[in-house]
Design a protein around this ligand. Sequence first.
Ligand SMILES: C[S@@+](CC[C@H](N)C(=O)[O-])C[C@H]1O[C@@H](n2cnc3c(N)ncnc32)[C@H](O)[C@@H]1O
Length: 271
Amino acid sequence: MLDWNHRQWSASQVSGSYGRDSRLFAPETVVLEWLGVGFQNRRILDIGVGGGRTTPHLLKISPHYVGIDYSEPMVRECLRQFPDVDFRVADARDLQEFAAEPFDFVLFSYNGIDNLNHEDRMKCLAEIRGVVAQDGAFVFSSHNRNRDRIPKPWSLEHFDFQRNPTLNPLKLARRSLNYAAGQLNNLRLSRQERYTEEYAIINDSGDQYRFLSYHISAEKQIAQLARVGFEVEMIIDTQGRVLDLAMARDITESWMIYYVCRPLKRSLRLS
Ligand SMILES: C[S@@+](CC[C@H](N)C(=O)[O-])C[C@H]1O[C@@H](n2cnc3c(N)ncnc32)[C@H](O)[C@@H]1O
């Protein structure tokens, strides 16, 4: 799973498309507002920075910013846009190069962590715990296993006729190609799907079924974070609504969830 996803992120058509957009998602706007209050000029690590979508927003909060990604083309894309910023090729499963100087804020946005299998995810969370200052924060998002449903690769909803009934021929041709690619990808990857009590590895519809992604419910994610020494302070849905932690088990509308976490006090850490 890891090698496959890594190869996809290093493919030029994927890395190229990620450098074109710097718009924030609604939950990220909420996080940025929250950050603006106590994190000005503090140390920031942006993991899985991709094409640098979040970079300009975080630079407004602090110039002490490092962006990392395990995809070299992604890091090159970031450096092309922001030549004076500290971007490095690094893997989130090994953050030892940062251990001596912890960060006040660590971000792993847009489900980047879901590219890892379960063992690597746990290793990555433990590594992140090791580089977040005791009074710092870690924010990331993950696919919600309890979402309503994932569209089937053959579903005609991929053409989006409802919102867009008169597609021009060029768009129709592009969507037809994507539709075919989605079916081929799903044929190849769906056999590797895995369902356990805690999580599922699913070949979902994003990027034409190109990836195998980790899905977990908010309830299980909160418990998983406690095992590596994080306590969840806030969860936010795709529409930017801050949700009641006690309702974590019932979140079905949001396909991804943003988690705002704080290091647990050492004495409270579960083994
Ligand atoms: C969905 S993209 C998100 C990019 C960017 N953060 C954004 O929100 O637009 C996920 C990114 O995470 C990176 N990534 C995935 N696993 C990683 C790992 N183990 N270490 C570093 N980067 C990783 C991928 O290369 C990809 O650029």
